[in-house]
Design a binder for this molecule. Structure first.
Ligand SMILES: [Zn+2]
Ligand SMILES: [Zn+2]
Length: 270
């Protein structure tokens, strides 16, 4: 049976936990989150939470988060207790105890935010992204849109920034795509363009790689001082871009030490 993306991510994270001790704590927590996300996604697919599938013509990214889904937030937050780091458990508990109206408001401001997401990096952004991601993946699957425009810097489905890039084998080289930080959509993107500001001057777009892991590149832009990490599947076909990007934490530290800011933090707020 074909594995769904949550299962693939989890299996890869479990492999990398062994190889990358520096990332093992983060990956352990990531594995626990994907279990919760998969359960939510299965309920959505089965029509147990919303009946969104009844109207495939609607763009649910432009609609409010459905009420029955909001009702699952408490379950989601409680489910993190055993695996999250202490401060996250405390923040989850605080959010869980808030009134339904303020929980809804927080989730709505995340869901409605586009390029300059309303929420700043931090606990609310983390909880909202983790919780709403399965819904975003689900509603994207309902849209039959095919993207045929110029390569956009934002996700053509939900309008969010990419949190990672990927190079897939194509001929003798690699075709670059970006991966959405919310709905996990992957869209083709020209190789020599900054995904933050559109810079196309090769000389201003340095790429750095480390000894380990060799298949993760730090793609920088000296015009806007942003960077994104891209997972090169031509060098490691076993990689799962989203997971390998998270696991390459030392490259984020390196980039930030050199004065670059990430285009978009990933799910783990790294
Ligand atoms: Zn998206
Ligand atoms: Zn740039």
């Amino acid at each position: 049976m074909l594995k769904n993306e949550w299962q693939r991510h989890r299996e890869r994270a479990q492999e990398l936990m062994v190889d990358r001790p520096a990332a093992s704590e983060v990956l352990r927590f990531f594995v626990a989150i994907t279990r919760l996300q998969e359960e939510l996604w299965r309920e959505l697919e089965a029509g147990l939470i919303t009946d969104a599938s009844a109207d495939p013509g609607t763009n649910y990214f432009a609609q409010p988060v459905p009420q029955p889904l909001l009702g699952r937030l408490g379950w989601f937050l409680s489910g993190m207790k055993d695996s999250a780091p202490g401060p996250v458990v405390e923040a989850a508990e605080r959010l869980r105890c808030e009134e339904a109206a303020s929980q809804s408001e927080m989730l709505a401001s995340f869901w409605q935010g586009t390029a300059g997401a309303v929420l700043q990096p931090g606990p609310d952004d983390f909880f909202a992204r983790a919780f709403l991601q399965p819904y975003a993946v689900y509603v994207r699957s309902l849209l039959s849109m095919q993207w045929k425009g110029p390569t956009p810097c934002l996700c053509p489905f939900c309008g969010r920034k990419p949190s990672s890039g990927v190079l897939r084998p194509l001929g003798d080289g690699g075709q670059r795509s970006l991966i959405c930080s919310l709905c996990l959509c992957e869209w083709e993107f020209r190789r020599i363009v900054c995904p933050a500001c559109g810079e196309e001057n090769h000389a201003k777009l340095p790429v750095y790689t480390a000894e380990e892991p060799k298949h993760v590149r730090v793609e920088c832009c000296d015009s806007c001082r942003c960077y994104i990490k891209t997972v090169d599947l031509t060098k490691n076909g076993l990689a799962e871009p989203i997971v390998d990007e998270i696991a390459a934490i030392p490259l984020d530290l390196w980039a930030q030490d050199h004065g670059y800011a990430k285009v978009q933090l990933n799910l783990m707020q790294l």
